[in-house]
Design a protein around this ligand. Structure first.
Ligand code: GYE
Length: 339
């Protein structure tokens, strides 16, 4: 997409991102080894022990639960003293948690910003207190990239594109109108903005594919169910559900079944994440396609934190590697799925 067609806030974000070198996760050698103790940098950890304050978004989805578990387990394994908070999807709670970590003089602050904007003031406070910040999973929209050391997480625009490309492929050669309803993630969150944008970009080539309704389900199962119930009442015809995560797709499945329709057959369902419940529904034929988003960021986060504390250079952007699943691939992958 040409940057000139983007709204200014998106353009700023896009340019800031494009300016940073994208480095694949695989480039991080010894990722997750937890080995090697970093020299103390004057934090409250005491001795060699690194203290990290982590401000988590919440517990809104299966993805988030797996992400939290990965962070807590990796911290224990890496000998990192983890202070963990759950913001219940509220930015004000995350800001409070970050301020408390600054007060406690932790060595590193890591967090997954619930929404993209509104972080500059608190991150400036961290910077002034000389506490490095690592963005995990979600990005912020700020022209000041000095507010964080690195951003570890997925490329959500690519995820949205993969979802859209599969749909274009499915309807290739057909010109009949295809009515798509979109269940958006949390309003203002990077994965909601980018997954919407990536999907729109990929489906642009097929003008018969039309998003007829799009609303937030806040990344939760109950949100997905509620919005889908309303869509089923208000829309004369729904061919496809594009859900920004598995939990909302699972909620939508409940609504579709309650309306006497067959999910995966009467209505095609695409989602993002590939958590166990999503993959189970995919293998059972109730979802048609899932784009993977990897929540197991803990080992890489601990590795990056140790490097940052030791004063080593880290890439400004660390991308995670991901795949996609159709129904057959899901059935094959399920038995060995970790989350
Ligand atoms: O897709 C969703 C969760 O930020 C990538 O947040 C994450 C998203 C994930 O609630 O399930």
């Amino acid at each position: 997409m040409s940057t000139t067609t983007l709204p200014s806030s998106t353009r700023r974000r896009f340019l800031a991102r494009a300016a940073t070198a994208a480095v694949l996760a695989t480039a991080l050698a010894a990722c997750g080894s937890g080995g090697g103790s970093a020299p103390a940098a004057g934090g409250s950890g005491g001795g060699d022990k690194l203290t990290m304050g982590f401000a988590q978004v919440g517990a809104e989805s299966g993805w988030r639960t797996a992400n939290t578990k990965s962070i807590q387990e990796s911290a224990a394994k890496a000998g990192v003293d983890l202070k963990f908070s759950d913001a219940q999807q509220k930015q004000e709670n995350q800001i409070k948690a970050i301020r408390s970590y600054i007060q406690q003089k932790v060595d590193i602050i890591a967090f997954s910003p619930v929404v993209e904007t509104g972080w500059d003031a608190v991150l400036l406070e961290a910077k002034r207190a000389n506490i490095p910040v690592i963005l995990t999973d979600r990005a912020i929209d700020s022209p000041d990239t000095s507010l964080y050391k690195t951003f570890l997480g997925s490329d959500f625009t690519v995820e949205g594109k993969k979802a859209g490309e599969w749909l274009v492929q499915k309807y290739q050669g057909k010109t009949d109108p295809v009515a798509i309803v979109e269940l958006q993630g949390t309003t203002g969150a990077a994965p909601a903005i980018d997954r919407k944008e990536g999907f729109a970009e990929a489906t642009k080539v097929a003008p018969n594919l039309k998003v007829v309704a799009s609303q937030t389900g806040d990344f939760t199962r109950s949100g997905g169910k509620q919005v889908m119930e309303a869509f089923l009442k208000s829309q004369p015809k729904i061919d496809v559900v594009y859900a920004h995560n598995d939990d909302m797709a699972l909620g939508a499945i409940e609504a579709i079944e309650a309306a006497g329709k067959v999910p995966g057959k009467d209505i095609t369902i695409i989602s993002v994440d590939a958590v166990k419940d999503g993959m189970t529904a995919l293998a059972a034929g109730k979802i048609n396609y899932i784009v993977e988003c990897n929540p197991l960021l803990g080992p890489q986060l601990m590795d990056l934190a140790k490097k940052v504390k030791a004063g080593q250079e880290v890439p400004k952007r660390v991308l995670t590697e991901e795949t996609t699943f159709d129904q057959a691939k899901a059935a094959e992958a399920l038995p060995s799925r970790q989350y």
